[in-house]
Design a protein around this ligand. Structure first.
Ligand code: NAP
Length: 274
């Protein structure tokens, strides 16, 4: 984890008591859209991902939109030492965190399990499950102190399994179990836990999964998927509830996707219905 510090960052770090929204996977898709939407609400943000150049750009956009303070950190969530160091650094600087959005996640491949790569399975389990648990554990003292809110990016794949999705679906089933378990373990602390479960969202998700832009575009062809901003708005809605209301899970499908594998395209798509 390398830290980059701008002028606004060092100033922000002096403002003790300011509560921040911590977002993993902020360099793209749902994480980036959530950062932008929260900026309009004048929130303070901690944005993390591996692609620092993306975070630099996003930091400027967030400030322009009205974010109070924006700290950015190059962070591979799989690196336990770096995650621990960042959590300690934030504690040392007395930076308060009242929201954790666990967006960092990955799907790799759509091959049948017997043809799939062990390295792809490892990456999905290490990122979607082990890293999510680890970062949550490291930030929990801070979140408990601030009666915070944890939002995990699960998926409809956490409810229904599909062919070629054995491991990815297993990770999202795990995210659902983790969200439910955390809610139980954290009762009485004031910390809320929400599992956000989208269907098809047009982000870099399919490009990363399929490794090819043409194949990724085909996933969303002739239908109307959700946008990252749609999911960001759902996250903001969960956050806008009063402290006694915990949206435990929120499943969001595009109108064109009735269930996993149930997609309408062409003239039946919502974009073509008259
Ligand atoms: P995306 O555009 O590909 O974004 C994924 C984010 O995760 C990127 O910012 C990436 O940042 C970060 N990431 C991946 N591995 C990382 C690592 N080892 N360390 C740190 N950051 C890492 O996809 P998205 O659609 O926004 O996905 C966000 C979440 O929503 C994921 O958990 C995904 O499973 C879930 N979801 C997506 C869909 C969908 O259809 N798109 C549906 C249901 C659920 P860097 O590469 O810069 O590190």
């Amino acid at each position: 984890m390398k830290k980059t510090q701008s002028k606004s960052q060092s100033k922000a770090q002096k403002q003790q008591g300011e509560a921040y929204v911590f977002i993993t996977g902020a360099s793209s898709g749902i994480g980036a859209a959530t950062a932008l939407e929260l900026s309009k609400k004048k929130e303070s943000l901690i944005l993390t991902a591996r692609r620092l150049e993306r975070l630099n750009k996003l930091q400027k956009q967030c400030i322009q939109l009205g974010a109070k303070n924006v700290l950015i950190y190059k962070l591979d969530v799989q690196n336990k030492n770096d995650v621990a160091r960042l959590a300690q650094d934030l504690e040392k600087k007395k930076i308060q965190i009242n929201v954790l959005v666990n967006c960092a996640g990955v799907a790799k491949g759509v091959e049948l399990f017997q043809n799939s790569k062990g390295a792809d399975s490892d990456e999905m389990i290490d990122t979607n499950v082990k890293a999510l648990l680890n970062i949550t554990r490291e930030l929990l003292p801070n979140l408990i102190r601030n009666r915070g809110h944890i939002l995990n990016l699960g998926s409809v794949a956490g409810h229904l399994v599909y062919e070629g999705g054995t491991v990815y679906c297993a990770t999202k089933f795990a995210v659902r179990a983790i969200s439910d378990g955390l809610r139980m373990d954290l009762k009485g602390t004031g910390v809320r836990v929400t599992n956000i479960e989208p269907g098809m969202v047009n982000t870099e998700f399919s490009l990363v999964r399929l490794g090819n832009q043409q194949k990724a575009d085909a996933v969303y062809s002739d239908m109307m998927p959700l946008t990252a901003m749609d999911i960001a708005n759902c996250i903001l809605w969960c956050l806008s509830q009063p402290p006694h209301v915990n949206i435990s899970e929120l499943m969001i499908y595009p109108t064109d996707q009735a269930s996993v594998g149930q997609v309408v395209r062409g003239e039946k798509s919502i974009k073509n219905l008259r």
